[in-house]
Design a protein around this ligand. Structure first.
Ligand code: SF4
Length: 329
């Protein structure tokens, strides 16, 4: 069965007075129904722009200049704005870090979910409201009938995120884009929200793209992981392989900076490592590897030419000259 979503050589750029920025640069990915793909990387690596590109909601002067986004075999980039609008919120939904950016503070949450339902399904108001309460129940909100009458500010951060998820699920999307959905929440609530997304994914055979800077979230919720750096995917693998055998120096650095890795098998404490430097200014990217300035394995060749994305093992892709032909791994 073909993947639900196939992204091919996608390029999203921003033209500014200082020049052109390639925020998403030649990204290719597949996602199957019932699968969670985690996209991880530091701020500014392009992960949010990738999800906004899938939704065709690129802000400001950004535009997609190359590639395909095939959703059930149909290229979303070829749809009219009206056709695309019909897919947003029905077949493809998105949730964000801060639910208040999507919830209207002056309307009760039940009304807002009912409104989302009515937007895509031709239902009478009473029926939409009943469905809204049902959805609140489904996302684990206690006393949903009562909570439906609350305003967003009456609810805790975790409850607001559940409302946001209820709204996103209101039309049974086949693809859910979740951009840092748990970053603003404390650890216990974070685990509950990830569990909820996972349950809804299984129940609805939905595909999930989970965007995060947190490898702990990836370990808990994703089956496949794409590591992004400066607009490019630098490593792609299933989650077990990525954690057991990270190959790109950037992925290795990310994993070494996770607190859980500070303790070795003998119980001794290691020092947390940090990746030196920061993500390059995308105006300044050279023709070579974008991680060159921060990489302790950098070779002369790395500054001269961009590495190709190589399949090192089946399903494990790495963008690094270290693994090029004739190189010692
Ligand atoms: Fe480091 Fe070179 Fe690999 Fe880039 S291509 S990550 S600089 S070894």
């Amino acid at each position: 069965m073909p993947p639900l979503l196939e992204i091919r050589d996608l390029m999203t750029v921003f033209d500014t007075t200082r020049g052109r920025i390639k925020a998403v640069d030649g990204v290719s990915l597949d996602i199957n129904s019932g699968e969670t793909l985690g996209i991880v990387g530091e701020s500014g690596c392009g992960k949010t722009m990738l999800s906004l590109s899938i939704m065709r909601l690129i802000p400001g002067n950004g535009k997609i200049i190359h590639g395909e986004i095939l959703f059930s075999g149909i290229d979303l980039l070829k749809l009219s704005e009206e056709e695309m609008r019909a897919r947003r919120g029905s077949e493809i939904s998105m949730i964000f870090q801060e639910p208040m950016t999507s919830l209207n503070p002056v309307f009760r949450v039940g009304e807002q979910i009912a409104e989302a339902i009515r937007l895509h399904q031709n239902l009478p108001a009473k029926q939409a409201m009943e469905l809204s309460v049902e959805l609140l129940r489904e996302v684990g909100i206690p006393e949903p009938q009562k909570r439906a009458r609350d305003y967003p500010h009456n609810l805790s951060g975790g409850m607001r995120q559940r409302v946001m998820i209820a709204m996103a699920m209101s039309c049974h999307p086949r693809l859910l884009l979740a951009d840092e959905p748990t970053t603003a929440l404390d650890v216990t609530i974070q685990a509950q929200i990830l569990e909820l997304i996972s349950e809804l994914k299984q129940k609805n055979n939905m595909a999930v793209v989970l965007i995060t800077h947190d490898l702990g979230v990836i370990a808990q919720a994703a089956e496949k992981v794409a590591v992004m750096y400066a607009g490019k995917i630098v490593e792609l693998a299933d989650v077990e392989t990525l954690f057991a055998k990270p190959m790109h120096p950037y992925t290795q650095g990310l994993l070494e900076s996770v607190p859980a890795r500070c303790f070795d098998s003998m119980g001794g404490e290691n020092y947390l490592k940090v990746i030196p430097g920061s993500v390059p200014d995308l105006y300044d990217v050279s023709q070579g590897c974008r991680f060159y300035e921060r990489c302790s394995y950098a070779m002369e060749e790395c500054n001269r030419s961009e590495p190709p994305l190589l399949e090192i093992d089946p399903g494990h892709f790495v963008l690094c000259h270290k693994y090029g032909e004739g190189k010692n791994n």
